[in-house]
Design a protein around this ligand. Structure first.
Ligand code: ATP
Ligand code: MG
Length: 331
């Protein structure tokens, strides 16, 4: 592992799926690699879904995404944390990549199909999303990308783009690989089914108001076969047991499963335990977020420094790419 890159969209409140699936690995890999770990708030990506993009909210959401990442443990003095639009070479490289990416490959992307199905009119940006993502990664020649399982297909496309570019223009880019959290590759939404997603609204926020989190946990669907309170429950069919292992120690989960099977503990009591464990896990992040809200310049200075550092690498790659693809140079 030489260089790490990952991105998060400022499309709404960062949720526990983003945290467990991606951000915990940002923190871990950041500690290992220091400045060679680059984390990007991908604001141009946030424009691709008209259901999530709001001009008035974009800047605030971008700031908030940076703040949450820092609160969750990323140290902007040690890793490179920056905003995608502050490094225009991403979009420049993405244009080059659009020319070596078959439209058919983009139309096969599951996320494209899911998001496009909800729209009356689909912008070309939504289709091009994985091409811009490939540019985000490859402009830094990153070889490792911490993401959730939902991004595996996009990453495969990034590898194909790198391979095709190397074949056509000479060895330039590594083929990046995904780095998953084996304990939380795909956190389900609060319905227990679809992936938890900012744009779907089936989320539990990482910093959400505790009262509102409790309301969501309280309403998590139960094992449908369990009718009366005294009935034994099947932990495998209960959504609360899907979430519990993310926050509670393994032994505690096993004991509660056993109790629940014997009808020794009801769903509401388990939900209370889940809520307590969630609060315990997120409290230090909430406290740091509170401090950062009082000191916004810490976040903004971090982003400025991050963009400066990212731009240095991105400009060098883009220079190399311009030469390789045969553009006229003036000096
Ligand atoms: P959107 O609905 O706008 O696409 P999102 O919730 O999917 O938002 P992204 O910003 O697209 O979040 O993704 C940020 C990172 O979080 C990615 O690495 C993605 O793989 C990861 N991620 C998103 N949702 C989940 C989830 N439910 N479980 C695990 N990882 C996730
Ligand atoms: Mg997403």
């Amino acid at each position: 592992m030489k260089r790490v890159l990952s991105g998060i969209q400022p499309t709404g409140e960062i949720h526990i799926g983003n945290w467990l699936g991606a951000i915990v690995n940002y923190v871990e890999l950041g500690r290992k690699l220091g400045r060679e770990a680059l984390y990007c708030i991908v604001d141009y990506h946030a424009m691709t879904n008209p259901l999530a993009y709001e001009k008035e909210l974009l800047a605030q959401r971008t700031f908030e995404a940076a703040l949450v990442n820092i609160a969750a443990g990323l140290d902007p003095e040690k890793v490179t944390l920056f905003v995608q639009s502050h490094v225009p070479e991403h979009t420049e490289l993405s244009w080059v990549f659009t020319n070596i990416t078959p439209v058919g490959d983009l139309q096969r992307m599951t996320q494209y199909k899911d998001k496009a199905a909800k729209l009356e009119s689909v912008g070309a940006g939504l289709l091009m999303y994985p091409v811009l993502q490939a540019a985000d990664i490859l402009i830094y020649k990153a070889d490792t990308v911490p993401v959730g399982e939902d991004q595996i297909q996009h990453l495969e496309l990034s590898r194909e783009i790198a391979r095709r570019f190397n074949t056509l223009f000479g060895e330039t880019f590594p083929e990046p690989t995904a780095y998953l959290n084996p304990d939380a590759p795909r956190v389900p939404g609060i319905d227990g089914k679809a992936k938890m997603s900012k744009s779907t609204g089936n989320t539990i926020g990482l910093l959400e108001d505790p009262q509102s989190v409790w309301e969501k946990i309280r309403l998590l669907p139960d094992d449908p076969a369990r009718i009366r309170l005294a009935d034994p429950g099947d932990p495998e069919r209960s959504v609360v047991f899907k979430f519990l292992p993310y926050f509670a120690p393994k032994e505690m989960v096993e004991v509660l499963k056993e109790e629940h099977r014997r009808a020794g503990i009801g769903t509401l009591a388990i939900k209370q335990i889940l809520f307590d464990q969630y609060m315990k896990a997120t409290r230090p992040i909430r406290e740091r977020a509170e401090w950062l809200r009082q000191n916004p310049e810490y976040v903004l200075d971090g982003l400025e420094d991050g963009a400066r550092r990212a731009r240095q690498i991105a400009q060098a790659t883009m220079q190399e790419v311009r030469e390789k693809i045969g553009l006229l140079r003036l000096e």
